[in-house]
Unconditional design. Structure first.
Length: 253
């Protein structure tokens, strides 16, 4: 039996509401869990949890704003408890708020550390989720991803998004090895060749340019036990979900 749970990031199907109606299909085609995003779980949280339970799906984690972790921690801790997850995942910094300095990214890491310390008292964990901009080098040639994870400390985990690592012109194999002791979740986001316009250049897992068969042995060296499917703008979310879960199940068999 595989050590990995396969999860679907519901952001991927947000353009076909109501998303709670997607849950039975995801359970039927073989997903074990969901990764949630705001506002999916913000209202009627208990009712959403029941829909998950009815579909046989667990919650592998919730994406949430970093500001919420610092300014409204109890609110998001309560969401996590109601949904049955142990993992809170700040995933993004808006362009206007992104620093171009080492000190700025260090402050991001320090905020994550503070949030993780609060979460620990609730028996919850905090994990950072990357995009491509954390791999764009600063003026001194340092990388935001390294700065923020160092400042955050070992109490903050890492959900590595392989698709965004690739688009950030970094080497996924090297990143998996470098942060093996921090990585608890892996997003198997796949990308088409540069310049592809269809679906913003994203593809179902296994249909793009990423060599998953080469990367898979490195997964075992991390702490990850969750593999997540995500796509920012699929033409057909059901096709994305089915092709991706079928590919991942074959990969890990």
């Amino acid at each position: 039996m595989s050590r990995y749970s396969i999860s679907f990031q519901l952001y991927s199907s947000r353009l076909s509401p109501p998303i709670e109606d997607h849950l039975p299909y995801l359970g039927e085609i073989g997903y074990d869990a969901l990764e949630l995003w705001l506002p999916a779980y913000e209202t009627k949280t208990s009712a959403f949890r029941k829909r998950m339970d009815d579909a046989g799906l667990e919650c592998s984690g919730i994406h949430m704003p970093l500001a919420g972790l610092i300014n409204e921690p109890k609110k998001f801790f309560d969401y996590a408890h109601t949904l049955g997850t142990k993992t809170l995942i700040p995933p993004y910094i808006p362009l206007a708020e992104r620093s171009v300095t080492v000190d700025g990214w260090r402050r991001v890491g320090e905020s994550l550390r503070a949030g993780a310390e609060m979460a620990k008292s609730e028996r919850l964990r905090v994990a950072w989720h990357n995009h491509d901009f954390e791999y764009h080098r600063l003026e001194d040639r340092s990388r935001p991803i390294d700065i923020l994870l160092e400042a955050a400390g070992p109490g903050v985990d890492f959900e590595i998004d392989i698709g965004w690592v690739t688009r950030g012109w970094a080497d996924p194999a090297k990143e998996l090895a470098m942060y093996a002791d921090r990585i608890t979740t892996i997003q198997l986001k796949d990308t088409a060749p540069a310049g592809t316009d269809l679906d913003e250049g994203w593809t179902p897992t296994g249909d793009g340019i990423i060599d998953w068969k080469a990367l898979y042995p490195l997964f075992h060296k991390t702490r990850a036990d969750v593999l997540v499917v995500e796509h920012d703008n699929p033409t057909d979310w059901k096709v994305l979900a089915k092709r991706s879960v079928d590919y991942i199940k074959a990969l890990i068999a």
